[in-house]
Ligand binder design. Structure first.
Ligand code: GLU
Length: 434
């Protein structure tokens, strides 16, 4: 088993291609196979080194580590070799039409109610003067194309209804089609997993595998990712690692969602790629578009943090947040960065909150009682128990003024866990100044 993710370095990764990368990774890792990153940089003009680096960095941040990397721009010699071989076998031929001429032919065919399929010229048709050729792959019209797609099931194409694809431009540069097949063959790719926008390409590429005498890979074409929210739909193509970082989200929140949306399996806060990999199976994939929703990533992020043990995040926590602090806080945060917001509450100073006039005496009473208490894990229960008895308050009027005075906020983590960490001196000062 060997899979590959083959981005063109013409832009940053977005959630759509991150999902493709993830599925290729999960599939190969489930079966102990390898995952290859292939940089599709045949287009010298649009490919940028900064994007190659950004793709590597984004995958690293996500934890999707390639076992191998290949680069199309380093393999041109190999493409030339097989180009000559296929040309000698009559499977590649020269063409001379200009884009304008092709467009005219297309319109004529459509006007006659015919499919706008490229019309081959006779081999001995005169070569227009002063034009250098571009090159097409000759589809075998006599052999229907069929495969059992791992997501879409049985697929059938009539090659006579597909135009022979241009594979190489007049300047010698390569289009995507043939190099991809040569790479998949040479690099031992067993499974090609990509979006359903590539289905027709696959039909053509299967004939290329056959023409090269190569073993066909298994093919899986996934339904595309679409935005579930109106606002997001315009910019889904730009939502990627930078946005995750800006929102302070964990990589696994995105990956746990992208592993499961569009499948019949539930979206769960699974904390590792191993866990996602173990349950990865095309049998669960649907044919309808998968709906991506940032709110779901946010929700998964909170669930993941609530389940994260201290040891797993210790090296990412700010100074002052130890095991006890993490355990007090993590059930109540939506983003890891919020932990730092609690440092002043636990270990520093907070602004004096607005306390209602009717609570001032109550809080002074609380200070007097608190001063007598042993400051251990039971201090919150002891304080509120004593205050309940002394004042007859219960519920919100009992708890809320205390929370407000002690933390400066009306809501947050369990006071029972916070109060021992706030410490006696700090707590008494906050109650007294109320
Ligand atoms: N570079 C191609 C793309 O990004 C790769 C497609 C593929 O073969 O997976 O569309």
């Amino acid at each position: 088993m060997k899979t590959r993710f083959a981005p063109a370095p013409t832009g940053r990764l977005h959630v759509g291609n991150i999902r493709t990368a993830l599925h290729n990774y999960l599939l190969s890792h489930r079966d102990g196979g390898a995952f290859l990153l292939r940089i599709d940089d045949t287009d010298a003009e649009r490919s940028k080194e900064e994007y190659v680096e950004a793709i590597r960095a984004d995958l690293e941040w996500l934890g999707i580590a390639p076992d191998e990397e290949a680069r199309q721009s380093q393999r041109f010699g190999r493409y030339d070799e097989l180009f000559e071989q296929l040309r000698a076998a009559g499977r590649i031929y020269a063409c001379y039409e200009t884009p304008e001429e092709l467009e005219v032919r297309r319109k004529v065919l459509l006007g006659r109610g015919l499919p706008p399929v490229y019309e081959r010229k006779d081999a001995d048709a005169p070569v227009p003067e002063g034009r250098s050729p571009h090159w097409r792959f000759r589809l075998d019209h006599d052999t229907p194309i069929a495969w059992d797609d791992l997501v879409r099931g049985q697929q059938k194409f009539d090659p006579a209804l597909i135009s022979d694809p241009v594979i190489r431009r007049a300047d010698g540069s390569w289009l995507y089609m043939l190099p991809s097949v040569i790479d998949d063959m040479d690099l031992g790719i067993t499974h090609v997993v990509r979006g359903e926008d590539h289905v027709t390409n696959s039909a053509i590429q299967l004939q290329m595998f056959d023409a090269l005498g190569a073993q066909r890979p298994y093919l899986a074409h996934e339904a595309l990712l679409v935005a579930a929210e109106g606002k997001l739909s315009k910019r889904l193509g730009s939502v990627g690692v930078d946005e995750m970082k800006a929102r302070g989200l964990e990589p696994m929140a995105l990956l746990a969602l992208l592993a499961r949306i569009g499948t019949s399996q539930p979206v769960e806060p699974l904390a590792s790629l191993e866990a996602l990999s173990a349950s990865f199976d095309f049998a669960h994939f649907g044919r309808a578009p998968a709906h991506f929703n940032m709110a779901e990533v946010e929700a998964l992020n909170a669930k993941l943090l609530h389940a994260t043990p201290y040891e797993a995040v210790a090296d990412r926590l700010p100074g002052g947040i130890g095991k006890a602090e993490w355990e007090a806080l993590h059930g109540n945060i939506a983003h890891l960065g919020e932990v730092a917001d609690w440092l002043p509450v636990l270990q520093g100073e907070i602004d004096a909150p607005d306390i209602a006039a009717e609570d001032a005496d109550y809080l002074h009473q609380a200070a007097t009682i608190a001063a007598q208490l042993e400051w251990d894990d039971g201090v919150w229960a002891a304080l509120t128990g004593a205050l309940k008895q002394a004042t007859g308050r219960k519920g919100k009027p009992l708890f809320l003024p205390l929370r407000l005075a002690l933390t400066g906020q009306a809501s947050g983590p369990e006071m029972a866990a916070l109060l021992p960490l706030i410490g006696k001196d700090r707590a008494l000062a906050r109650l007294r100044r109320a």
